[in-house]
Design a protein around this ligand. Structure first.
Ligand SMILES: *Cc1c(COP(=O)(O)O)cnc(C)c1O
Length: 393
């Protein structure tokens, strides 16, 4: 007589549970799907599954319903066809460099670029025999001159991270295209809303989802979007071999923020311009750097390709105020947090010593990121903090 099947122990039955996802639970917002292991019904199904073309799920690192959905949403936002997700914006830059460059190759980076991108080039890329050249993004002729036969990749960042110069993107793309050099555009500032990177001729649009797409100031993530399947596969294979993945909770948080992306971008754009204009009237100020302001470097370039702007600008103080005075002004701000990053709900301010950013420049600069507070409150805060400002001489 056959023995009845052995009843598994509690620990075993807690793991081999009979749960099935509810088939008709069609909530519009995607759930948090967490996995390293994804089970196959049998070995034939395991062998048939093709992660490279997303025919199904194979392993958490290769994607889950949550990350596949976010990839699709970011590709749509960017006007691209494929997106890869990475654990930070900087990791997204790293992926592009590592996937497309090898020993003896050259990469061109704007001299006002997000500094960690230059640091990566100075250290890891240099160690792997990759040469980087810094170019002046406001001088397309200097770019053309810097492109050698070894050049493989040109980075464009509109506008420069802290100094806010807006380059002539089509001219830079043209210079690269003419020499068969791939173009990667850091689209963190534009967020896929201010202009279309692919319409401008970029091959790759990279974004720190940490900023506008998250909008919460509470997570880190990067995206690399393309329109060309072969280029996507080159990036994807390196992405897989280097083991870049993102957490499901973070991916879901970005998905939850995306529906309000354009509203937040517009609100912060409006508030940023209002505050920037207010600063132009102040006697303490030498220059307000905001691409949408007449007279700001590259304003005409911005006007030609973009309608909108991020809520981000910098104020260069008159040289009668030294770095210590400007630091004291920042310390006196009550609503602005002192901290890096941007596009979150809280406005932020960071002081910079200009000579560390640009060898030829002098003085102190404060980079403001405008959050979602009332503009009147932010202006009043700047006003009271300015009242504490004393000159150094
Ligand atoms: C913040 C930022 C990055 C890097 O993003 P992280 O997620 O902080 O690594 C890259 N480029 C630009 C322009 C950024 O502002």
């Amino acid at each position: 007589m056959a023995k009845p099947p052995r009843k598994p122990s509690t620990s075993t039955s807690l793991i081999h549970h009979p749960y099935q996802p509810p088939a008709t639970f069609a909530a519009p917002q995607i759930g948090v799907h967490k996995a390293s292991t994804v089970l196959f019904t049998d070995t034939a199904a395991m062998r048939a599954r093709d992660w490279k073309h997303k025919t199904g799920y194979t392993y958490g690192l290769h994607g889950t319903p949550t990350t596949f959905t976010l990839e699709e949403r970011i590709a749509t936002l960017e006007g691209g066809l494929q997106t890869l997700l990475l654990p930070s914006g900087l990791a997204a830059i790293t992926l592009v460099d590592m996937a497309l460059l090898g020993s003896g190759d050259e990469v061109l980076i704007p001299d006002n670029a997000y500094n960690p991108s230059k640091e990566l080039a100075r250290h890891e890329l240099a160690r792997f025999g990759i040469v980087h050249r810094l170019y002046d993004p406001m001088d397309p002729a200097s770019v053309a001159a810097a492109i050698t036969p070894a050049a493989r990749l040109l980075w464009i960042e509109p506008p420069g991270s802290v100094t806010m110069e807006f380059p002539d993107v089509p001219a830079l793309v043209q210079a690269a295209r003419a020499r068969g050099v791939l173009v990667a555009l850091d689209n963190t500032w534009g967020a896929g809303l201010a202009f279309d990177a692919f319409e401008l001729g970029a091959d790759i649009s990279m974004q720190a989802l940490t900023k506008y797409p998250s909008g919460g100031g509470d997570l880190l993530m990067g995206a690399v979007t393309t329109r060309d399947e072969a280029l996507h596969q080159r990036l994807k294979m390196t992405h897989m071999r280097m083991g870049f993945g993102v957490g499901a909770n973070d991916a879901e948080a970005v998905l939850r923020s995306l529906p309000s992306l354009s509203l937040r971008y517009e609100a912060q754009d409006r508030a940023g311009r209002e505050l920037a204009r207010w600063w132009t009237q102040r006697p303490e100020v030498a220059q307000v750097l905001h691409p949408a302001l007449e007279g700001s470097p590259g304003h005409d370039h911005w006007k030609r390709i973009a309608g909108a702007a991020a809520g981000l600008f910098s104020v260069r103080f008159d040289e009668r105020y030294g770095l210590a005075q400007v630091d004291a002004f920042v310390d006196a701000l009550r609503l602005f947090g002192i901290g890096y990053s941007w596009a979150g709900p809280m406005s932020l301010a960071v002081p910079y010593d200009l000579k560390l950013l640009r060898p030829a420049a002098r003085g102190a600069l404060v980079r403001f990121s405008i959050g979602l507070e009332s503009v009147d409150d932010l202006i009043a805060d700047c006003e009271q903090a300015l009242a504490t400002l004393t000159t150094s001489r």
